[in-house]
Design a protein around this ligand. Sequence first.
Ligand code: ATP
Ligand code: MG
Length: 463
Amino acid sequence: MVNIPINILVIDDDPKVSWILSEGLGTGYAIDNARDGMEGINKLTKLPVGRRPELVLLDIQMPGMNGIDVLEKIRGLDNNVDVIMLSGHGDTKNIVESVKRGAAEFINKPFDVREVEIHIKSVLEKRKLRAEVSQLQEKLRESRKESLIGDSPGMMEVKNIIEEVADSDLTVLILGDSGTGKEIVARLIHGHSPRRKEPFVKVNCAAIPRDLLEAELFGYEKGAFTGAHKTKPGRFEVANKGTMFLDEIGDMPMELQSKLLQVLEQQEFVRVGGINNIHVDVRIVCATNKNLEEAIAQGHMRDDLFYRLNEITISLPSLRNRKSDIPLLVDHFLEKHSLLYNKPRKELKQETIRLLQNFDWPGNVRQLENLIKQIVVRSDENIIFDTLKGPIPSQGRKGPIVDIDDDDFAMKAKVEQAVAEVEKLLITKALHKTNWNRRKAAKMLDISYRSLLYKIKDYKIID
Ligand SMILES: Nc1ncnc2c1ncn2[C@@H]1O[C@H](COP(=O)(O)OP(=O)(O)OP(=O)(O)O)[C@@H](O)[C@H]1O
Ligand SMILES: [Mg+2]
């Protein structure tokens, strides 16, 4: 096995330092050097990825930028390099300062090369551990994202059905109020099915403009309409061999329902502007919080499609009907968000949990999750009382929302920032007021449901 040498950059105005290290450390290390801070930073940013240093040895006393300032700059670079400080004078103040700013170790000059090697090995060992921990965290995050928490009878039944149907290719219709976990269930069905290694493609029928939905789902041929410069496969083709999750199926326009029915019955369709049948092997899972029988009665839904989609129905209970699951969910979300946001793991007092169990949760699990997330991120349990009391107040905000007293007159950026801040605040308020019902919030904000979904994602407001 060829050992790839560890790249080390020595930033020191004294060229002897890197020379001694190249001679003394041996072949396991590739030493590069920079004579001052600027040159060092340039090398850190401009070197090709494979040659970027894993480790920097940084002198504190240098002409021009001193080591502490260079360290600050390196930390701001958002790269994953470790820094060992070289201090010529045993200068305690600088050492303390550099440790505060993220230096991994420090070595007093003059040094013995063997001593340097021990420090380097210890830093590299810590680095390896760090990488392992973050890999584990990532795995944990992934597994937590997909788990369906709850052992109430209603949830146990849901879990049983998922297990029973995952193996088959039956079409599943998932029903439940907003925030009850329909999307998790859809992902679990795919994750437990023989198709799990193939794509899971989600299309939210309510979020895509009606006139674009057909092209999005079924693709189009070159020249099918103005702007169709080249042939584009649709989402059904992307989902081939995997699972297609049609979210908010109750919002699929009537014109498209017959085309969907054809996919369900013959696994075939024609691209927009095309003539050839395209064959796909796709399992369909769909979800809605609308009452589809009502939609049929009102003429918005084809009954033949409904019966075809409805081979298996999974009805998710609202949170108020399974309050015994609240302690488990709270625990799960405390864990999930402390991992995601790298915050200390909190516990809530028993009486607080009882309080949460007495609440009706009109926004269901999404509302509960969002509350726990805020508790973790803001480290403040008292937020609970605001939620339980009702919608958040407007946070007492008066006057401009961006700083207009500084010397920055660039108007476009400021105005954009102000618009974004106002939008974020209004959306958050509307979501609180509607208990996280996004459809109602969109109405209240007088924007389309689709643009609300985009903005929630863009501003990272939930999920
Ligand atoms: N049983 C559960 N266990 C763990 N997390 C859950 C559970 N139910 C819902 N969640 C979490 O709540 C949030 C909302 O769930 P999801 O997006 O699946 O809801 P939904 O039913 O699709 O809602 P909508 O109709 O509004 O789209 C997600 O962050 C999800 O992780
Ligand atoms: Mg959903």
